[in-house]
Design a protein around this ligand. Structure first.
Ligand SMILES: Cc1cc2nc3c(=O)[nH]c(=O)nc-3n(C[C@H](O)[C@H](O)[C@H](O)COP(=O)(O)O)c2cc1C
Length: 186
């Protein structure tokens, strides 16, 4: 089978992610792949925050601060979960979509474009032997997050791609029947 197609068909998400992370040359290629996402009117809505090393601690502190400020039902247990969340992988790429004003391109199209940039990142990582999982949860799609990340009001966090070298057994791939999902008009 064609290698590029095999990479798409066999990608899956990994929860157990450890060192090593991609080198700086590999990371450059991964961001180049992200920037090849389809983008109506070339508005370039997508940007990325690369979080590793001390950055994971910074992210943990932001999660705790944001949770204390905004979540009503915050138990000690939940707070601990948020505090530890960024340490589930040695590298996280935060996907940010910046709304640009354009008469033909609404915000939803720009967010979808950032979503496709996220998938390009996941596929590029898979192609060179790294694992990843896309997570959102309570710290995405919330305008109140902006100030904690030094973002502006028109920037949205679309998700967090947790990245590393996969550890443990590979998940089996689900078998999907295209007939359940495809309608043919001809
Ligand atoms: C936008 C988006 C948000 C997601 N958020 C979470 C999440 O917060 N937590 C989680 O466990 N999985 C989340 N997932 C699902 C996983 O990333 C993954 O797709 C799922 O576990 C299926 O695994 P697979 O990619 O190997 O099929 C999200 C997926 C997408 C596309």
């Amino acid at each position: 089978m064609n290698d590029a197609l095999k990479n798409i068909l066999e990608r899956n998400s990994h929860r157990n992610l450890v060192e090593p992370i991609p080198s700086s040359e590999e990371i450059e290629l991964i961001f180049q792949a992200a920037l090849r996402a389809p983008d109506h009117a070339w508005l370039r809505p997508s940007s990325f925050i690369h979080v590793s090393g001390n950055g994971l601690q910074k992210l943990s502190e932001i999660f705790v601060e944001f949770a204390k400020e905004n979540f009503d039902d915050l138990s000690e247990e939940k707070l601990e979960k948020y505090k530890n969340a960024p340490f589930r992988a040695p590298l996280i790429i935060i996907l940010v979509s910046t709304k640009k004003d354009h008469p033909k391109v609404p915000e939803i199209e720009q967010i979808v474009s950032t979503g496709t940039a996220g998938q390009n990142i996941m596929l590029a990582l898979n192609a060179i032997g790294y694992g990843a999982i896309w997570r959102t949860g309570s710290f995405s799609f919330n305008k109140k997050l902006s100030k904690h990340f030094d973002l502006s009001e028109d920037q949205t966090i679309v998700g967090y791609i947790y990245i590393g070298t996969p550890e443990g057994k590979k998940k089996s791939l689900p078998v999907m029947d295209t007939k359940d999902f495809v309608t043919i008009w001809d």
